[in-house]
Design a protein. Structure first.
Length: 447
């Protein structure tokens, strides 16, 4: 399959986005590995070298470095937050939230570089306050000296006093003549002609892009090349297979040269990527992620379709399963758009709710020897949400019976362990009633 990489010199232009198309075959993860990826996103991003914090105020961050005037280093810290983690209040026609970021760059034997900023988030609708994707970007530029820094970040929601912390080690390199930065994953960037010029860039803190929707963009600078020089560039997939090789061309004779690595739609596969510039001992690298959605880490097409078995779009899901590989990105993009209940927001609220329920089902229904979402209780939970009432008539016995009641649907169903092996199944009558309600809800949605 054709793989294309577009390399462009930046001459003050702001960079845009394109579309992805899956290439290559991937090893299938085990079910345990898959669920760990999807729902332990904090741990996953930490493994990618990011600053990552979990509830109650989850965020993902990174630090990038570029050369500054004289021997200084420019450090850029970027954070990615979700609206739903903040406490919004109505102020006039807007919903407003406030959060405070406290950060510290600590280098051994030197005073800590500390900073505190308070930021305001304004959104026009209540739906925007519930966004579970990357909806808030925070960025701070600092002037540093070369060295190893322990970077600590605390994000606090002013309205609720919830806060989360993260820390990681980052190295601010010394940029000698003939050196270059690691690829800086970004949403947009503008090149500069002098080390005294400000660095104009919007970081992609997660380093993540959505399958079938985005272009992965990495900004890079080279410094003081005495003559025209060639620097190798390689992209590796999760299995450390080199899926693309090329070279970056520096003209030389300039204090700073700005380039961008822009991966076009058919350049890479789903999953983790490692973008490497240069070769040992001067290699500089960054990790990136291609996932179905920025809200959840899902990187396998068949795995995604399997997880959607109770989502209620059987015909579309079957069509995607049967589609040739070159059509999957387009079909996924159409599926994402067509099932989005709130077109005015960039996320798909229905999919976010569904995967939240998958996560909750796996946490609640742990007593049957299979992932919670694969149980009968999980199936009902994914389709209808949590019951209004749950009553177990014979807890702890071999003939357990659990009754769930949904008041809105006027539904009462029973799960029974008929075999005594701990598997709770919908009784035949309950199965029929449940499927009747699901069919009615799907007809209402289609209508």
């Amino acid at each position: 399959m054709r793989r294309t990489l577009v390399l462009a010199l930046l001459v003050g232009a702001t960079l845009g986005c394109g579309n992805w198309k899956r290439v290559g075959d991937e090893d299938q993860p085990t079910p345990t590995e898959s669920l760990t990826r999807i729902f332990n996103t904090t741990q996953f991003y930490q493994r990618l070298g990011r600053l990552a914090a979990a509830e109650p105020l989850p965020f993902v961050g990174t630090v990038a470095f570029a050369a500054g005037p004289a021997d200084s280093v420019i450090g850029i810290l970027g954070l990615s937050l979700e609206n739903r983690a903040l406490a919004f209040q109505r102020e006039g026609n807007l919903f407003v939230a406030r959060y405070r970021v406290s950060l510290a760059f600590q280098r051994e034997g030197a005073p800590s570089v500390d900073l505190v900023r308070e930021e305001l988030v304004r959104v026009p609708t209540f739906q925007e306050t519930q966004r579970a994707d990357e909806s808030v970007l925070f960025q701070q530029v600092l002037r540093l000296v070369p060295g190893v820094y322990k970077v600590s970040v605390t994000v606090r929601d002013v309205g609720s006093t919830s806060e989360s912390r993260a820390a990681a080690d980052f190295t601010a390199p010394r940029f000698e003549p003939g050196s270059y930065t690691a690829p800086i994953l970004s949403y947009q960037a503008t090149g500069r002609g002098s080390l005294t010029d400000p660095l104009s860039i919007v970081l992609n803190p997660r380093g993540a892009v959505g399958y079938g929707s985005d272009t992965l963009l990495a900004y890079m600078e080279g410094y003081g090349f005495a003559e025209a020089s060639t620097v190798p560039f390689t992209v590796y997939d999760e299995q450390e297979n080199a899926i693309f090789r090329d070279s970056l061309q520096f003209r030389g004779g300039r204090p700073v040269e700005s380039q961008v690595i822009r991966l076009s739609p058919d350049s890479v596969a789903l999953g983790e990527l490692r973008l490497v510039v240069g070769s040992e001992p001067d290699e500089r690298a960054v990790s990136a992620l291609v996932s179905f959605t920025n809200a959840w880490v899902v990187t396998n097409f068949d795995e995604m379709l399997d997880l959607l078995r109770y989502f209620g779009e059987d015909e579309r899901i079957t069509a995607m399963r049967r589609a040739p590989e070159q059509e999957r990105a387009r079909m996924w993009r159409e599926f994402y758009e067509q099932t989005d209940p709130v077109q005015g927001t960039p996320e798909n609220e229905a999919l976010n709710q569904y995967f939240s329920r998958v996560q909750a089902a796996n946490q609640r229904f742990t007593d049957e020897g299979v992932p919670g979402w694969r149980t009968d209780r999980g199936e009902v939970f994914l389709s209808l949400g949590p019951p209004d009432e749950s009553v177990e008539s014979t807890p702890g016995t071999a003939s357990r019976i659990i009754r769930w009641t949904y008041i809105e649907h006027r539904l009462e169903i029973y799960f029974q362990d008929e075999t005594g092996f701990g598997r709770l199944r919908l009784t035949p009558g309950s199965r029929a009633e449940y499927e009747r309600i699901v069919l009615r809800l799907r007809r209402q949605t289609d209508g």
